[in-house]
Design a protein around this ligand. Structure first.
Ligand code: NAP
Ligand code: F7E
Length: 374
């Protein structure tokens, strides 16, 4: 039985990866950062909380890194923890540099000292391409990050390459384009859209406020992408790989796909800060732009070339963006229906309470609708 350690096991990718590795028979350990209340919602939803051994873990605390690496005999180390929200990285640039950049070299150097044979995965990102220097972007495209997040990730990426080349470590980077799921954090634009639309479909009246509607992203399904991470660490030689679908869509198009899945029919009007969308069936305004969601510097276009991963890993994405939008909005719609407490019914626009589904609730909902692929 192999042993894996996952930092960020409570995040979207961490939860899916833990499930994948457990299904493959791994002994899975995960790092959880200290909070006043342990946060395991995603692991709960996948029904794996008790199957994963959780350890206190803080990216910015070198002793925390040393302890887990020294104490757990591990074959594979997946570094998924990060301050992952690009928008917040302008507010938290120093913390983001520590967590997403400096922590990577601390992990690599500790592995070099205590467990040089452990295979290492670094969660690199298409945000490193930023102001793109070629279309589509591949492993050889020149990097030009546009946010403190992107800059910190570039450091993590290059130091991973450097430890591979300097010390012969099995250290790989996955340059992953945006990947989403029903477990996506609610700040990210896809989930913000699907949750907002689900509330509107349940009787809400507050339009979803968004920023730049013209940005284009290459969106895939997170469940597919964690499979790619695992495949990278099964190769004889460590290397860097792009994972992407090769298709790109605007935020507006994603919004349309999700609305369509709920039976809405949208009419768009205005441009820039005056843009709005109305559902012609209900007459409700469902979207308006709020410039407060514009970013100081934008990544306008991302589209990935994953041909190396196709060729060397045999990896392919299985979910197209329309299906992804439908999967996510259906999940949010069903989840709200299941938790339609009197309080939510009266005020469907309220911020959702901190909902926690039990595995039984989730499984029963899943089998009823057959729609939520979690
Ligand atoms: P996510 O849902 O935001 O999860 C991030 C995880 O990191 C959470 O478990 C979080 O813990 C943990 N974390 C944050 N700060 C930490 C700290 N200081 N110490 C310890 N743990 C900390 O992100 P994701 O979407 O799963 O992404 C996984 C990784 O892939 C990230 O490194 C991200 O930057 C990268 N990435 C993501 C995408 C994408 O489209 N999803 C694309 C390319 C790269 P809490 O649960 O306590 O918040
Ligand atoms: O923004 C635009 C926004 O926050 C996508 C992370 O997983 O993927 C993610 O980063 C686009 C941007 O994702 C809103 O300006 C418009 O152009 O969903 P996002 P992201 O910045 O692409 C990469 C690959 C990662 O590595 C990151 O960790 O959508 N947008 N209006 C908006 N974005 C948000 N969040 N909220 C809006 O209201």
């Amino acid at each position: 039985m192999k042993t894996a350690f996952i930092t960020g096991v409570t995040g979207q990718d961490g939860a899916y990866l833990a499930k994948l590795l457990l299904d493959k028979g791994y002994d899975v350990h995960g790092g959880v950062r200290r909070s006043s209340q342990p946060e395991t919602t995603r692991l709960d939803l996948l029904g794996i909380t008790n199957a994963v051994t959780l350890h206190d873990f803080e990216l910015t605390e070198p002793n925390s890194i040393s302890r887990v690496i020294r104490d757990i005999p591990m074959d594979e180390f997946y570094n998924l923890a990060a301050q992952s929200f690009v928008g917040a990285s302008w507010e938290l640039p120093v913390y983001t540099a520590d967590a997403d950049g400096m922590a990577v070299v601390k992990i690599l150097d500790t592995l070099r000292t205590f467990r040089p044979e452990t295979r290492f995965y670094q969660a690199s990102t298409s945000e490193m391409f930023g102001l793109v220097q070629e279309v589509p972007q591949s492993e050889t495209t020149r990097l030009y990050p546009r946010s403190p997040y992107g800059v910190a990730k570039v450091y993590g990426h290059y130091i991973t390459m450097n430890y591979r080349e300097s010390f012969g470590m099995h250290a790989s980077s996955g340059i992953l384009f945006n990947h989403e799921s029903p477990l996506r954090g609610t700040d990210f634009v896809t989930r913000k859209i699907t949750l907002g639309l689900a509330k509107l479909a349940h009787g809400g009246a507050t339009p979803i406020e968004l920023g730049n509607m013209d940005a284009k992203r290459d969106w895939g399904y997170a469940g597919d992408y964690v499979e790619g991470m695992w495949r990278m660490l099964q190769q004889d030689q460590a290397d860097d790989y792009v994972l992407a679908t090769g298709e790109t869509f605007t935020i507006r198009q994603f919004f349309d796909f999700a609305a369509e899945a709920l039976g809405m029919q949208l009419e768009w009007a205005g441009t820039g800060p005056d843009e709005i969308a109305v559902d012609v069936k209900s007459g409700k305004r469902v979207m308006q732009v709020n410039p407060k969601f514009y970013r100081p510097a934008e990544v306008d276009l991302l589209i990935g070339d994953a041909s190396k991963a196709h060729r060397k890993l045999g990896w392919r994405p299985t979910v197209a963006v329309k299906e992804l939008a439908a999967m996510m909005v259906q999940f949010d719609y069903d989840m709200l229906a299941l938790h339609r407490s009197p309080q939510i019914s009266k005020s469907p626009d309220d911020q959702l309470p901190h909902y926690i589904w039990t595995q039984d609730e989730f499984a029963s909902q899943h089998s009823q609708t057959g729609s939520a692929r979690c």
